[in-house]
Design a protein around this ligand. Sequence first.
Ligand SMILES: [Zn+2]
Length: 433
Amino acid sequence: MKSPVVIVWTNRAWFATLATIGTVMAFLLVLTYVAVKVNAPLSEAICGKTIVIDPGHGGIDAGAHGRSGLQEKDVVLDISRHLAGLFNRAAVYTVLTRDEDKGFIEPGAHSPANWKRLDLESRVNLASQHNADLYISIHANSFPEQVWSGAQTFYHSKSDEAKALAISIQKELVNRLGPNLRKAKTGNDYFVLRKPTMPAVLVEVGFLSNPREEALLAQADYRRQVAEAVFYGTVNYLLDSYKKGQPWEADESRPTSDSPREFMDIEDYTSLYSRAKAALNLDENEVVLYFAGPTNFDDDLMPEVRHIAGLEAESNPDARASKVVQELIKGPAGGSVLCPTLPRGTLLRSLKIMGNVAYVDFSKELMENHWGGSRAEELTIYSIVNTLADVSGIKEVQILVEGAQSSTIAGHIFLDEPLSPNFDIIELDRFQR
Ligand SMILES: [Zn+2]
């Protein structure tokens, strides 16, 4: 008489077991669906990518430094290592251009003028050899004025993808480390943005010349936050990029190649500049000198009208142009709110105009006493080029340091060819007397 009970019990157990299996399977099905919905794009968009992380400078080239002695090369290496760790955990293959306190190429037997170029060229070549999907260069900024602050991401205007990546990283930097009103900006002269064939960005993680940011960048925890911001900015870009390839999830907000240009054409700048300058009504003894702006967000070149006694009477074009450079070296006029662009101790060694090119040779202080920082380097270069290009007979400027070509002032821009003036970097609203 016991067996039916056993049978009933068995049936009930069977039922319970089946019900449990069914519930678990249904749950797994839902889970799989959700996982596929969320994780498939994530894994397909990100896993298996190769990203080159380039900690700027290294070894003998320390880059910028703060008042307490914190050096750019150390800060950016630590951030880059954290960043590589985050990517690796997301199954992204990373290549660090350096993982110790050394340049990619050490000076060795190379001439000082050539080794830095070789160093940067090798970093970019490494990215090509690894068929990298993205190139992320990490730097720390500096400026003579302590007030300048805020992390900023740069890209080359030739690449819409680099621009989208820079905007995405900048957004995370601002959200996670703010307050910061800086926006992603073009850095068309920076070697590591010009040369790579894949989307490339240069992240300036903050200003070592700003005491508050120097103190923050000295903290390991803050450096980890910077790495996280760059990581999530990159992941968001890759996800957006993946979605862009999926017609049902296209993201309208991303800039594309046919979106309206944010920047004016060079011709527009040239004519605006000519008009602004004409309105100044300069006499024969007056020139426009370019200096850096006064506040945190005036990181463009600002004009100053300078009277140079006897300029009109100087008939030798080389001597005339030299007089103008000497005024630039003196810095902004007393009482001006503008900031100098040439480092202390810089001397003009010689200036010679050949054809339409001015060959202007500075002493080593232009390099040795420069405060570093990619934008600051750009401002220094174009304060010289734009000022000289205003002198009649000069269309291009070749900057030399101690007579050498093919060198760089702060390691982001190369001076191996004559440069044309850049009107894009001038704050035209400031043309008034
Ligand atoms: Zn740098």
